[in-house]
Each structure stands twice: as structure tokens, then as C-alpha cells.
Write a protein that binds this ligand. Sequence first.
Ligand code: AMP
Length: 274
Amino acid sequence: MIIARTLEELTAARATLGDVGFVPTMGALHAGHLKLVEAAREAGLTPVASIFVNPTQFGPKEDFARYPRDEAGDIAKLEAAGCKLVWMPGVEEMYPADAATSIHVAGPSQRWEGATRPGHFNGVATVVAKLFGQIRPQAAFFGEKDWQQVQVVRRMVADLLLPVRIVPVPTVREADGLALSSRNAYLSPEERRAAPKLHAALQHAVKYLQQGKEPAAILHHTRMELAAAGMVPDYVALVQAQTLEPIAALQTPARLIAAAKLGHVRLLDNLPIG
Ligand code: AMP
């Protein structure tokens, strides 16, 4: 596996690879990230990953400085997963002092994560567009765990006619249902025991929604369930799956999305309504 840390190294390495399936990450890799690498390989593409903890997608009070980092471990995991190239730019390489462009995707970015974390999706869209320009992948693989992020990236790619196919990959979970996340490392043992209740509550809600129960009542009940598990729900919403607009009655495609604080950790999860 080639490790590129400068654009010059990246360009030279990229020229030796054929059709690329790209997996952007912020490192601290777990089985969820590696599933994306596997999906790229299974699509018949050469897997290429990036590790870049992108400062512009963190708010001023967020965890940029203490975001988990494990460069040696990440490289070993990517290599074992069959990744052929890892792009690890520095902040100066990604954001030269004279850079003057950023990307704002309206529409699907506006609510939920976008409302709670102002500027977050501008940071995501801009860095993803830059990574696409650097790597020039045929396809890029994103986790459904960050459902809204996938819809923002899809909207950007469609609107800017970027020549890349966006492939969503289902969420990888622990045996007890907790969605894998680099930030799970922040959970205390007690919080870790409570954390799967987010997934469980969403599963209950999906079951009731499918039985035709009234969405507003189900969403209210789900918030109560999260509070009873010691979480502070940020949002629990039934949304149109692509636009992320809230819907009052079940329609397809719909998605149940939620975020809740457990101690200092913000947990995210979502499920399709089959
Ligand atoms: P991150 O390093 O958190 O920015 O995530 C990099 C990519 O991995 C994103 O596309 C995430 O949605 C995806 N990802 C993170 N956790 C999971 C998971 N549990 N299952 C599947 N994909 C994931």
C-alpha cells in the first residue's frame, strides 16, 4: 500500500492505479470504515482511502483537538483490508493560505445535523469536493450511519455534475446494535452499556410506524424512551429519505433519524422504514 502525504506523491501514485473506489475517513478506523473498503473492492475497483481530520467540519466547541488519532493502527488496518493507496494530507496541503472557495449545499444540509452544527456540512462538502479533485475516483463509498451526510454529498455531486458515483453502505454495528463510531471510544463503561438503547428505540419506532401508528405519537414516545435511558435527545425525526424534510405521514422512501447526547458523546443513528 502506498502512503501519500503530499499532492506530488498522490499524483504519482494515482497514475499507477486504474478505476478507483474511494473511501474518505477521519481515521481512528473501525470495522465500519473497513466495510467501505470491502465494498469498493467488491465493486471491482481499486480501493483508495484518505485519512484527514478535517478542521473545517468541527465547530469551535467541538472535539477537533482531541479527536481520536491512530495513524500506525489505521495504516495496518487499511493494508490488511486490501487498500492500495492511503492519502494523508496535512492541513496546509489541503487548505493552502490562498484558498478562497468553499461549497455550501442548501437543501438536505439545513436541518438536523446542519442546525445543531452550523457550518459542519460546508466543511464536509468542501473537503469531499477537494478530495474528489485530488483522487479522481470512479466511485466513492459513504456509510449510511451518517445518512444526512450521504444525501448532502449526493446533492452536491448531482448539482455540480461531478464525475463520481456515490455508493451508500449499510451501517456496521456492534453485536448489541450500537453503530460503530470513532467517538464511541469516549463512552464510559456505564454509558457504553446504555448506548445501544438508541438503536433499540429506533427499532421499536420502525415497528410501530410499519403497523400504521401515528408518527407524531411514536416520535414522542421514542424521545421518552431515550430520556429514560439517560440520553438527551437532540432530534428524532421521520423524514423524506433524500431531502431530509420532515414528513407527518409515512411515505416511501422514508428514514427515521436520531441524535442524542449520552454524557459528552453525541450518538447518531438512523433506520430505513421498510
Ligand atoms: P468518519 O471517519 O467518521 O468521517 O467516517 C468515514 C466514513 O465511514 C463515513 O462515510 C462514515 O459514514 C463511515 N462510517 C462511520 N461509521 C460507520 C459504520 N458504523 N458503518 C458504516 N460506515 C460507517
